[in-house]
Design a protein around this ligand. Structure first.
Ligand code: AR6
Length: 182
């Protein structure tokens, strides 16, 4: 679907293979790598990424920091720690997940990225409920690109690693499109 001048898409695949200007990493606050997509990105980007990240002093949940892509096809990696799901603090988790996407988009914009690919932040090891996360992502993209119709970002893609994740983002983006065309 299109919002302002930006195409929003959902794909199945491995984000380390994405040829977008920026890919986003579902990092942790140390920025020193871990499991899941973070581990895959660090393995594919190489040791230089680790050495670069070691100088960044970590990152707070919901904030974002940018590095070169090193051995990846992407020019940049935007690292953002999403929230660890806590059912007793649902609203705080929602706000932090929103911030991770919003701040990543802002950083991509500031670095002139015309395309950006996101993994499904927080819905793996951090256990954020998938449909709830997908809805927050759709709302955050709509909010950002409606407010920035002249954004340099012309394409924002969710790269989903499995069928269940792909289906959840497809549903959330279809629901957004239905709301937008009402
Ligand atoms: N490409 C795209 N998506 C992927 C890939 C890949 N190569 N590999 C996994 N995913 P997770 P989180 C999906 O657990 O929940 C790390 O240890 C995965 O299937 O990677 O934010 C960090 O250091 C899921 O849909 O991230 C943190 O400690 C999604 O990416 C913690 O995990 C996110 O799952 C962050 O947990």
């Amino acid at each position: 679907m299109q919002i302002g001048g930006t195409e929003l898409t959902v794909e199945r695949g491995d984000i380390t293979k994405s040829t977008t200007d920026a890919i986003v990493n579902a990092a942790n606050c140390t920025l020193l790598g871990g499991g899941g997509v973070d581990g895959a990105i660090h393995r594919a980007a190489g040791m230089k990424l680790y050495l670069y990240c070691a100088k960044l002093g970590g990152c707070k949940t919901g904030e974002a920091k940018i590095t070169p892509g090193f051995n990846l096809p992407a020019k940049y990696i935007i690292h953002t720690p999403g929230p660890v799901w806590n059912a007793k603090r649902e609203e705080e988790c929602d706000a932090l997940l929103h911030n991770s996407y919003f701040n990543s988009l802002r950083l991509a914009e500031e670095n002139d990225c015309q395309s950006i690919a996101f993994p499904s932040i927080s819905t793996g090891i951090y256990r954020f409920p998938l449909d709830r996360a997908a809805e927050i992502v759709a709302k955050t993209f709509a909010e950002y690109f409606q407010a920035n119709p002249g954004s340099v970002i012309k394409r924002a893609t969710m790269v989903c690693f499995d069928d269940k994740t792909y289906a959840a983002y497809e549903r959330a983006f279809a629901a957004l499109e239905a709301r937008e065309t009402e």
